[in-house]
Design a protein around this ligand. Sequence first.
Ligand code: PHE
Length: 325
Amino acid sequence: MSIDKTIKDIQTSFNKEFSTIASASALEEIRVKFLGRKGLVNDLFEMFNQLPNAEKPKYGKSINILKTDITQAIEDKQASFQENTVTSSIDLSLPGIQLKRGSIHPLEAITSEIKSIFQSIGFSIAYGPEIDDEYHNFEALNVPKHHPARDMQDTYYIDPETVLRTHTSNVQIHLMEEQEPPLRHICVGRVFRNEAVSYKSYCLFNQVEGLVVNETTSFAQMKGTIEYFITELFGADTKMRFRPSYFPFTEPSAEVDIWNDKLQQWMEIMGCGMVNPKVFNNVGYPSNIKGYAFGMGIERIAMIKYGINDIRLFYQNDQRFLEQF
Ligand code: PHE
C-alpha cells in the first residue's frame, strides 16, 4: 500500500474515532493507538525509513504534520476534560436551597369553609360595597342619626354622608332593593371600625352576614340554620346558647355563644334575629314578608377554632404565623 494512502487512512480514522470521545479514558486509548510506541504513527515512520531517499522529503513533511495535528487535538481534549472535572465537581451532600411554599391564609381558609357550609344548605353568595352611604349602613337598618345605637359601632366617615361600612348588614339593604323575595344569601366581606387596636379588636375585620326572606320563615328556622352551621364548623358536640339581645334591625334579637372547653367560658360568636318590619318597610317589601338575619366576625371564629389569641396576627404577614396553616 502506498504511504500516501496510509497517511490519509490514518488521518480519516483518527478524525472519526476522535469525534466520538466522551471520556478521559477513551481519549487515552486513542492516544495509545495513534501516538504510542507501537502506534499507527510510529508504524508510518518505519514505512518512511524504507522509502528511497529521493521520496523522503515529500512524505516526511506530511507525516510530521499528521503527528502534530493528532498530538495537538489530543492535548486540547485532555485539557478540556480537566477543566470539566474542576467545574462540574458537584458536592451532592451539600444542603439544597430551601424553596418556600406559600400557604392559604387562615382567614381565607375559614372563609371558604364557612361559605361552603352555607352553600350546602342553599345559600347564595352576595357582595356589597365597602364604602357606602349612611343610609345603607345605618338609616335603612333602623339606626337613625343621633340614635344611641350608632355608638355600638365607631364609624370611619369619608365625608358627612359616606362611611366605611361598619358591618355587612348594608348588603341586606342592597339585596332587598335589587331583588324581590324570596332571598337566601350570605354576604362576606371587610368591615371597618374606629376602635382602639388591641389583641381583641382591630380597625378592620371580616364578617359573614346571612339573610333569609320569604313568607313563612321563623325564629325556629333561624335557630336550626345556625345550629347546623355551628355543628358543621366546630363539631357535633359543640355546646351553644341563644341569649336575648338588641339590634335595631332585628326584632326579636339574640346573640349566640359557644362553649370553649379549653378556656372554660362562653364565647360570643354572632348576632341574629328576625328582620325588623321597619327594615322591610324601608325597602318597600309587603307586610306579609318575614325574614331572619345573622352576622358574625370571621377573625373571631378563626381565633376560637385555631386557638389564636391576638387578632392583629391576621394582618401582620408574619411568616412564622402564616406557615402554621
Ligand atoms: N350587624 C351586626 C354586627 O355587626 C350583626 C348582626 C347581623 C346582628 C345581622 C343581627 C343580624 O354586630
